[in-house]
Each structure stands twice: as C-alpha cells, then as structure tokens.
Design a protein around this ligand. Structure first.
Ligand code: PMP
Length: 284
C-alpha cells in the first residue's frame, strides 16, 4: 500500500512518524474517514468542513488548502487502485518534547493519510442488521471534535463482542448519545425518524446530515431529540449511520428485538437512496 506522510507518498513499510509525535503521546490529533464508492469520494466537502471545525476547536493550523487535501485523497485512491473502501486522514499537533502545554504554534502538524479496502455496498452486516447493547457513555465532554482519542469506543466494541453483539449504543443521563462509531436513529410508529440533536455530546455525523436531507427530500419527517433505550426497543425500526457503514439497520437492542427483528424497510430504503446518490455523483 502507498500511504501519505507529510508531503510524501511512500510504501507503508517506509512510512515513519516520530516517537515524540503528540498524536502518539497525547492523542493530540484529529481525523476524518471518507468513504470511496466506485473510486469516488462520498461527501468530501462535508468531511473537509468538519476537519476544519475540529482543527479550529483545538487551535491546530493546517497550511494545506482544500484542493490540496482533495488531491491527496485522489492520489491515494489512484495509487492504490481503490474502487471501494475509505480514505483515512489524520492531523496531529506534530513533534515536540513531551509537555502537556501545546508547543509553539510554528511547530508543523503531522499529516498522514492512507486507504483501506472495504466492501461497502455488498455488506453482510447491512443484510443481517446489527445487534447492539447499551453501555454508559464514558467518553470525554467534547465528542463533537473528531479526535483520535478512541479508547472508550474500542472498549465498548470489545464489550459488545464479548456479549455476542456487534456494537454498543452509548447512554448518558438516560438518553442515547450515539453508537460507538456511528449516529443512532429510531423510527417511531408514525414513521418519523428520530436522532439526537447536535451538541458537544456527540459527533456531528456527515452521513447523519446526508441521510437527514435525503429523508426530507422524500417527505419523511425527521425529529432531532434524544430518546431512551426503552423507546428504541419499542420503536418500529432502528439504524445507525456512518461514512463507511452508510446505513446499517439495527435488529436488536440489549437482546430485545426491534420491530419484527429483521432490517426495517425505512432503513433499507435510506441505505439504497444514499448509495444511489453516491454513485450518481460525478464531481468528486
Ligand atoms: N459518531 C461517532 C462517535 C463516530 O465515530 C462516527 C464515525 N466516525 C460517527 C458518529 C459518524 O460520522 P460520519 O457519518 O461523519 O462518519
């Protein structure tokens, strides 16, 4: 695989990062994951906009402009002959002696990007649907910043696996914030889509926004509010959204079937619409 590190495209075996990189020592870095369908980037503008937001919130400065970022993505797709999968981009605060205080603002950031192959359209999990468990949301208070500090989501996924489930929905003050690496949705018995309102408590998903737009274009009602695990278990449908899963139906929560325990029609329809929209884009 060819990867990108600080301005250069190199074989992954030759890529290197300093031991003193703040991403490594402090998880002082942010990232984006953009899906690739048919060799093309999905929702790239949204991912770049969120990248800037994360950088701003953490006072990090990137000298590359958006065209350069897009070019890195495209070159990696081309060099790795990627048809379907993702491009991962990470920016950290760079290399400095270990100290909690940020280094001088002139310290160059570290920029790394790579591709990963993944079957996105023909996904077995999309066919079968996810079984999820609920867990307390024990992450930090700025989940709207897409940092590389992902240990709790990893722990949550491992706990889900240990219990024979696929993923975890995280709960804070009685309400679902989101899933460990995707946004959580339910569909009520009037076919209204419900997902939590944006705040610092959850990541502002790019797929969440795209699916919300698609739903409204197709005259579905969308409500942004929190919901309990109990409401979700009693909902007509449940699903999650993220860049690389697109839309995955959820078929059970804490071992209680949602609806009839099979992927819901609305989740399946939204998944299909989103894929169609992605494949018909010719500009990215
Ligand atoms: N929430 C969390 C915690 C995530 O990690 C992700 C995916 N990175 C999402 C939501 C979904 O965001 P997006 O649709 O932009 O991939």
């Amino acid at each position: 695989r060819t990867v990108y590190v600080n301005g250069q495209y190199v074989p992954e075996s030759e890529a290197s990062i300093s031991v003193f990189d703040r991403g490594f020592l402090f998880a002082d870095g942010i990232y984006e994951v953009t899906a690739v369908l048919n060799g093309r980037l999905m929702d790239f503008e949204g991912h770049v906009a969120r990248l800037h937001r994360s950088l701003n919130e953490l006072n990090m400065h990137l000298t590359l402009n958006d065209n350069a970022l897009r070019d890195i993505h495209r070159q990696l797709i081309e060099k790795n002959d990627l048809q379907e999968g993702l491009v991962y981009l990470q920016v950290t605060r760079g290399v400095a002696d270990r100290d909690f205080a940020y280094p001088d603002a002139s310290t160059p950031v570290t920029l790394v990007a790579f591709t990963q192959q993944k079957a996105i359209i023909d996904s077995p999990l999309a066919e079968r649907g996810l079984r999820v468990i609920s867990l307390p949301d024990m992450r930090w208070g700025r989940r709207d910043i897409k940092t590389v500090q992902l240990l709790y989501p990893s722990m949550a996924k491992m706990e889900a696996k240990k219990r024979g489930a696929d993923d975890a929905w995280l709960v804070e003050s009685g309400l679902v914030t989101e899933a460990s690496s995707s946004n959580a949705w339910i569909v009520d018995h009037d076919n209204t889509l419900i997902t939590r309102e944006l705040s610092r408590s959850l990541l502002h998903g790019i797929t969440r926004r795209a699916v919300m737009q698609l739903a409204r274009q197709h005259d579905m009602k969308v409500e942004e509010r929190g919901f309990t695990i109990k409401e979700a278990q009693n909902a007509r449908e449940a699903f999650v959204t993220s860049a690389t899963s697109l839309v995955y139906p959820v078929i059970s929560i804490d071992q209680r079937s949602v609806g009839d325990g099979t992927p819901g029609d609305i989740a399946k329809a939204l998944r299909r619409l989103y894929i169609e929209a992605g494949l018909s884009v010719s500009s990215s």
